[in-house]
Ligand binder design. Structure first.
Ligand SMILES: Nc1ncnc2c1ncn2[C@@H]1O[C@H](COP(=O)(O)OP(=O)(O)OP(=O)(O)O)[C@@H](O)[C@H]1O
Length: 914
């Protein structure tokens, strides 16, 4: 509140309130918290003496205190607020040294100085009538042990009227109104509180003829007007402003009061305020005040300018950043934070700004930033949030690489990198062409490709070629053995050490949001792990309708995966869950024939290995028969990975020879004498004979062609997801009671096939010519044992049915089936031959193994014509059967007596039911 000081009579003796770190000026109302021991008795007494209505009659003298050892600025009353406050509040607990210059002048007026032993500068007695020297206790270090003496009181103070007095925790709350300046003549009582003899020093009336004074008043008027108009921009309450303006109209009459009031509102130090209190003469006070006001106006103008800049030119985020910088500077000044820490914040913020986050993500980032700012950097939560923000900042939310959708270029790339695979390449090019058209329309929602085939047939390298052809980044995610959903989707942040999943990790690594992701071995993803089903996570990732809002558990904000080109690979589709399979377009890559392997080795693997070993194509040349031998004698696989490894060994051996030859050349040692050994000149050519010398003995012999036909042994054909192969079925009988024994790591289905085969043979023993009469049991006194070698490899499925029938008939009839004749086909109890899968792989593998005649179900004929390469078909004789009678006739080439009349009737009856 602003009040003009009324003319109130001031008693000559008044109680004293020592004021620490604060100055009360006439005309100003202030609120104080009283908690010092020295002041409490005064207010206790006032409360006892005056009732509340008479309180305003109580006059006390308020003198600033100097020399208090506690010189730290008051935390509860910061004097830095530029805002205008007519009623200020302060704790008088805090002490501060007052300006020595002012004090010294005052000392000359009222104090006697006593320089006794042990006295220091502060041991001053105010007023000789006090009659005593009160030395300050040496070493009194804190405010609680600070013993106030009259010597600490400043010589000029202010008479004050009590406006309000209330008890508060630990003392009192008082509101005082300054009335008039006072001079401290002497202290006349010390306990329980100081009482002093004082003389009021009211401002002299303004002498209109005093030109000096009038000039000062003119300066004061214009400065104070400018000051008040600036205050208006700070949005002070309107009533306060009008009151202030009215008050200023009287500046010509009461310039002293105007000065006192304005000075108490502006930013000024304690020393400056004491200077104003001390300036009793108006001609001294007004210029000082004008100086302080002018300074304040400057400060206000600058902050106004900064404010306008911040408001006008910067957007919301920049303004926040700017203000935060200011705050950082203030905090640093106050010693509350170190500069390095703020730097870290700025770094994170800059990174987030650079990441161009989508609105929803930005919101999450802002929220976490806010939390981070309030945290201690040493806390564990701090690093968790910091990590999270790092992830947000590192992800390519909007960064894409430019696509090259040039079908011709892609065709060239695929042809350069891969031999053959015509169908696969055609399908990939179709896919790229469609993607290109879709992209033109701005709608990219192609199917997910899944390359299915045995290991080493080039699925991964096809994926890489697609990425290169499109100019996209390539990332391979190996899914073999992924059992937890969280490996794909990440862990929630509530877990200690939580991290995002494989998809988000891949994106961070690629640094763009449209890479090619190769999901390798998607068929090996474990379903139903302990912690959620990982294949279920893929349902979302691979669904073009849903994956634009894929939410990783760790990030907890959606990331748009729709720009990623997903290509999956699998060895077999059997273990891929149906819903996942449904989302993918399958492209099957069968195993290679030897002719294809030879071409791949010649055109790709050999040149690649030569390059990798630092040689040139002229340094190593391998003949075609030698390469074929490496493929047939040292590898047994559908793909070419082992072949590449063996070729690598071959090239390495040649590299050593080559290096030695180079060394000899450099040291000029004659070829024959080097190191005492005999050396031939380096030969780049590797021939058929050299292969065994370099790679050692052949690992695989052609099992089929090397075998002599044996009764009870038949060649079957297998396909187990990682490629085709041949397998042998061995049957023997021994004395017993008609039991069947099965070995060779067989599954339930294959075991049942064996039982069906045995039952059929037993029931048709007479027709096949194994028994002489219909009722005779061929196993009356015998047990039968069926074994399939490679006991370590699990086998299952119904496709060995007809091979088992032939093996049993062969054993019972003692007739052989040629080893180069292989067969596959499911067999029913009624003698029907049912179609089976994996024909292409089985035929190619059998061809590799040396099989030259294949018996298979009639209904598989179309697979042979459509899928089996022509060169393989040409070298194999196919026989298609629909009943087991036909199989037996073809397998034994007429050597088994089939009672044709009966068998033919049975076969005809069966045929009509098919
Ligand atoms: N048709 C081909 N032409 C040229 N190189 C080929 C061909 N097929 C495979 N390769 C080469 O064979 C090697 C193995 O291929 P890759 O790693 O792509 O097999 P994969 O099918 O992905 O196997 P896996 O299923 O075990 O991951 C690679 O070096 C690849 O370049």
């Amino acid at each position: 509140m602003i009040r003009s000081s009324p003319s109130i009579p001031i008693p000559r003796t008044v109680p004293v309130l020592p004021l620490h770190d604060k100055v009360l000026l006439p005309g100003v109302v202030t609120r104080l918290q009283i908690s010092r021991r020295e002041s409490i008795p005064l207010f206790e007494k006032i409360l006892r003496t005056y009732d509340s209505k008479e309180l305003s009659k109580c006059i006390i003298a308020v003198f600033p205190v100097r020399g208090s050892p506690s010189t730290s600025p008051s935390a509860s009353s910061p004097s830095s607020s530029p805002a205008f406050t007519s009623t200020s509040s302060s704790s008088e607990d805090d002490g501060s040294a007052v300006s020595k210059a002012v004090i010294k002048r005052r000392q000359g007026v009222t104090n006697n100085r006593s320089q006794g032993p042990g006295d220091d500068e502060d041991s001053i007695v105010i007023g000789s009538s006090a009659g005593q020297v009160v030395p300050m206790r040496p070493g009194s270090g804190n405010s609680s042990s600070f013993a106030l003496t009259p010597a600490h009181l400043f010589g000029i103070g202010c008479a004050a009227r009590l406006v309000r007095l209330e008890r508060a925790v630990g003392g009192f709350t008082v509101v005082l109104e300054g009335i008039v300046r006072l001079r401290l003549n002497k202290i006349i009582a010390h306990t329980p509180f100081f009482e002093a003899d004082v003389s009021p020093m009211p401002d002299k009336a303004v002498d209109k003829n005093d030109q000096d004074l009038q000039d000062h008043i003119v300066a004061l008027r214009s400065t104070s007007k400018e000051f008040v108009s600036l205050l208006q921009t700070l949005k002070l309450p309107a009533p306060v402003l009008t009151q202030l303006q009215k008050f200023l109209e009287n500046v010509g009459l009461i310039p002293g009061q105007v000065v006192d009031l304005l000075i108490s509102t502006i930013e000024s130090t304690l020393e400056e305020k004491i200077m104003i209190l001390d300036a009793v003469d108006l001609k001294e006070r007004i210029p000082k005040a004008v100086e302080l006001l002018t300074r304040q106006i400057h400060v206000l103008k600058i902050s106004q300018k900064v404010h306008d800049n911040v408001e006008g030119k910067l957007n919301k985020k920049q303004r926040e950043f700017y203000l935060r910088q200011q705050m950082a500077a203030i905090k640093e000044e106050l010693g509350e934070k170190d500069a390095g820490e703020e730097d870290e914040m700025t770094t994170i913020e800059n990174r987030l700004n650079a990441a161009n986050l989508p609105a929803e993500v930005q919101k999450a980032a802002d929220r976490e930033m806010k939390r981070l700012r309030k945290m201690q950097p040493a806390s564990s939560e701090y690093s968790v949030i910091r990590n999270y923000l790092d992830w947000l900042g590192d992800l390519p939310w909007t960064k894409s690489s430019e696509d090259i959708l040039d079908v011709e270029k892609a065709r060239k790339q695929l042809n350069d990198d891969h031999h053959g695979l015509e169908k696969v390449k055609r399908r990939i090019l179709e896919y790229l062409a469609v993607t290109k058209l879709q992209q033109m329309k701005g709608d990219v929602k192609g199917p997910i490709l899944c390359l299915v085939g045995p290991p080493g047939v080039g699925k991964t390298s096809l994926g890489r070629s697609i990425a290169t052809a499109m100019g996209r980044k390539f990332h391979r995610i190996s899914l073999g053995g992924v059992w937890d959903e969280s490996e794909i989707r990440g862990h929630r942040r509530t877990y200690v050490g939580a991290l995002p999943g494989l998809i988000i990790h891949g994106l961070k690594k690629c640094e763009v949001n449209n890479p090619v992701f190769l999901l390798d071995e998607i068929d090996k993803v474990g379903s139903r792990g302990h912690h959620g089903d990982p294949s279920a996570a893929f349902l979302e990732v691979l669904d073009p309708e849903q994956n634009n809002t894929f939410t990783d558990h760790y990030l907890n904000v959606p990331f748009d995966l729709s720009k990623i080109l997903f290509i999956a690979t699998a060895n077999s589709v059997d273990t891929i869950p149906a819903p996942l399979l449904d989302r993918m377009e399958l492209i099957t890559i069968p195993g290679y024939t030897y002719a294809e392997k030879l071409a791949i080795a010649t055109n790709h693997l050999l040149p690649k290995q030569i390059r990798q070993h630092g040689l040139s194509e002229d340094d190593v040349k391998v003949t075609q028969p030698a390469l074929l031998k490496v493929a047939t004698g040292y590898t047994r696989e559908s793909g070419v990975r082992h072949l590449e490894r063996e070729i690598g060994s071959l090239v390495r051996a040649k590299a050593v020879e080559f290096a030695e030859a180079q060394e000899r050349k450099l040291s000029n040692v004659p070829v024959m004498e080097h190191a005492g050994k005999e050396h031939k000149e380096y030969q780049p050519l590797v021939t058929l004979e050299d292969v065994e010398e370099i790679l050692g003995q052949e690992k695989y012999v052609n099992e089929v062609t090397e075998r002599t036909p044996t009764p009870g042994v038949v060649t079957g054909m297998a396909y187990n997801g990682v490629g085709g192969g041949i397998l042998f079925i061995e049957v023997s009988q021994m004395p017993g009671k008609g039991l069947l024994q099965l070995t060779g790591s067989l599954g339930d289905v294959i075991k049942e096939s064996a039982q069906i085969a045995l039952s059929w043979v037993k029931s048709h023993g007479y027709e096949i010519g194994l028994t002489n009469s219909r009722g005779q049991n061929i196993m009356e006194k015998a047990d039968v044992h069926i074994h399939m070698p490679s006991g370590g490899t699990p086998k299952d499925g119904p496709s060995a049915g007809i091979a088992m029938v032939c093996a049993l008939v062969s054993m019972f009839s003692n007739q052989t089936v040629p080893a180069t004749t292989a067969m596959t086909g499911e067999f029913t109890l009624r003698g029907l031959v049912m179609p089976v899968g994996g024909i292409k792989e089985k035929v190619i593998a059998a061809h590799r193994a040396g099989v030259r005649k294949i018996i298979m179900p009639l209904r598989n004929q179309k697979d042979v014509t459509a899928d089996v390469p022509a060169n393989v078909r040409e070298e194999i004789e196919f026989f298609y059967a629909s009943t087991v009678w036909e199989v037996l006739r073809e397998a034994f080439e007429g050597r088994v007596v089939v009672r044709t009349g009966l068998a033919g009737a049975a076969a005809g009856a069966l045929d009509s039911r098919m």
